[in-house]
Design a protein around this ligand. Structure first.
Ligand code: TGC
Ligand code: FAD
Length: 390
């Protein structure tokens, strides 16, 4: 078959509308044509394929749920999820760029920005003319962003911004950064910091073994003068950045399953073609156990994210439900990738197949947007009413 078909063991396609399937299939075709043929090479070279940015914009990956009046695709949450699933089937790093742009840069401007800010930035971000990044994590404050030390001081017509952010996806080539900093009262505020502002730099982090086709960097602020009109007026406190994370974590819950599906699909095909002891390895019970467990976990994950999408469309999905789905999908994908890699034998460690790249990427996905442990603790807090991290 020429067109990749995601596993659909429980006929989940029947739960999708024609529009959902149209969106999914067009993104699937784009990934097959534009991402799959080049991604291994970019990952090996540890480069982000910048030439894919206009294509990502065209398929609606930048701000899928942002209304069309601001340049977004105006789609529902199931379509958004399917877009992320298909992009991450190609590579988690490319999905990262889409997640950051849509959920962590466009969403805060849309949800917390002034009308002028929305008009100024959203259409350019939707078209890919501007690329943005999201600075929450600091060198000494990752899982506990509420303890951040990056700060702003009110200087009359501008704020003076000082501090540093770490592990920021897309920062080395971003035109704008959404930066979270504490004001003089210790309240977290969001600012739009633009490339070229004096005292602002974004050095790249090198030497990653994971998410190699995505650029990660720092954000360094040394007495940066940020005009007052660049403050997001409607965000105050940690719930500002955490509200953006709900959007991005939701997308990752779908996206990680895309990586899992690609690994499963690759291992299944390989098991039918590869012969040892005179017959396809797919006929051996040990390999069938691996495949049966993969498809079972993928199917459970698909149903979970679909239901989460329905709740999100009805504005009823809780942050804790999103945490559960992000954690479950990433764990599923990591287990599937590891088993698939073994099924490919020696070939599994090469770039001939996408599996080892997915496996390494997922080490970032399990860490960013809240680690596996933090999401478990969010579920624990939700069901007991007691926070383990305080
Ligand atoms: P806590 O006291 O629980 O909450 C502070 C305020 O925030 C509210 N809140 C939320 N609001 C919206 N959505 C959520 N998910 C929320 N979670 C909490 C909460 O109600 C409270 O509001 P209020 O009105 O009472 O002030 O905060 P805490 O300091 O105890 O921390 C809680 C914890 C640990 C769960 C949180 O800090 C956390 O999620 N930590 C993980 C950090 C994280 O996820 N960082 C991600 C950085 S961005 C990133 O990784 C991008 S990768 C992008 C890519 O390449 O794809
Ligand atoms: P730490 O918080 O130091 O955690 C270390 C370990 O301790 C983890 O296993 C953690 O689970 C555990 N731990 C921490 N607290 C507890 C607790 N209370 N109980 C039990 N265990 C605990 N951030 C951004 O702001 N923007 C981005 O664009 C961005 N992109 C990223 C891209 C990549 C490739 C990576 C790797 C990270 C990115 N991040 C980004 C940062 C990411 O969100 C953080 O790495 C993550 O939140 C964890 O923080 P940390 O690395 O400081 O680990």
């Amino acid at each position: 078959k020429d067109l990749y078909e995601a596993p659909d063991y429980y006929l989940i396609d029947e739960l999708l509308s024609d529009e959902h399937k149209l969106v999914r299939d067009s993104v699937r075709n784009w990934v097959k044509k534009e991402v799959s043929p080049v991604i291994e090479d970019f990952a090996q070279k540890a480069q982000f394929p910048k030439h894919l940015i206009p294509g990502l914009a065209d398929i609606g990956a930048f701000g899928p749920t942002i209304p069309a009046e601001y340049g977004g695709a105006g789609l529902d949450y199931i379509s958004y999820g399917l877009i992320m699933q298909e992009i991450e089937r190609g590579d988690s790093g490319i999905r990262s760029t889409a997640s950051v742009q849509g959920s962590l840069v466009m969403y805060p401007i849309y949800a917390y920005g002034s009308e002028e800010q929305k008009k100024k930035y959203l259409p350019k971000l939707a078209s890919g003319e501007f690329i943005g990044c999201f600075g929450l994590t600091e060198p000494d404050h990752g899982s506990d962003p509420g303890s951040m030390i990056t700060n702003i001081k009110d200087k009359g017509d501008h704020y003076l911004l000082n501090g540093a952010k770490m592990w920021i996806s897309n920062s080395p080539f971003s035109d704008i950064a959404i930066v979270w900093a504490k004001n003089e009262e210790g309240v977290i505020k969001g600012l739009i910091v633009e490339k070229g502002m004096e005292g602002f730099s974004a050095p790249e982090i090198h030497g990653k073994w994971s998410l190699r086709a995505s650029a990660s960097g720092e954000l360094v602020f040394d007495n940066v003068k940020v005009p007052k009109e660049n403050l997001l007026p409607n965000a105050s406190g940690l719930k500002g950045p955490l509200g953006c994370l709900n959007q991005a974590r939701y997308g990752i819950a779908w996206g990680a399953l895309g990586a899992a599906m690609d690994c499963y699909d690759t291992a299944l095909r390989y098991s039918k073609e590869r012969k040892q002891f005179g017959r396809p390895i797919g006929g051996f019970q040990l390999q069938q156990k691996k495949l049966a467990e993969m498809i079972t976990e993928i199917t459970k994950g698909q149903l979970l994210v679909w239901r989460l999408g329905v709740l999100r469309n009805e504005n009823r999905a809780t942050p804790a439900q999103i945490s559960m789905a992000k954690r479950n999908s990433v764990e599923t994908a990591m287990n599937v990738a590891r088993e698939a890699r073994q099924m490919l034998g020696g070939m599994g460690i090469t770039g001939e197949y996408p599996v080892m790249r997915h496996m390494m990427n997922l080490e970032s996905v399990v860490t960013y947007e809240g680690t596996h442990d933090i999401h478990l603790l969010i579920t624990g807090m939700d069901v007991t009413g007691m926070a383990a991290f305080e």
